[in-house]
Unconditional design. Structure first.
Length: 83
């Protein structure tokens, strides 16, 4: 980091990925439809996971949510994503 910002080489993309803690329709409703983050990609059955990739405009970063059919542990009360 330099001058309070990230110092990545040109063309570098940062992707923040996390296991979804809500159904995908709720994720889309909040991040895409509510906050207006553009959906830039999806994938299906990659190593057993499906995923959704959203752009963070003006940052060169992506936000990726993954989910699978296997039952997941309930989220911890402090399971937050802060940007």
């Amino acid at each position: 980091m330099t001058d309070g910002g990230w110092d990545f080489p040109a063309g570098t993309t940062v992707r923040i990925a996390r296991q979804a803690v809500a159904p995908v329709r709720e994720i889309l409703g909040f991040y895409r439809d509510g906050l207006g983050l553009p959906e830039i990609g999806r994938f299906h059955d990659h190593e057993g996971y499906d995923g959704l990739i959203l752009g963070l405009p003006g940052t060169g970063a992506h936000l990726e949510f993954t989910w699978c059919d296997a039952p997941a542990a309930p989220p911890h009360p402090e399971s937050l994503l802060v940007l």
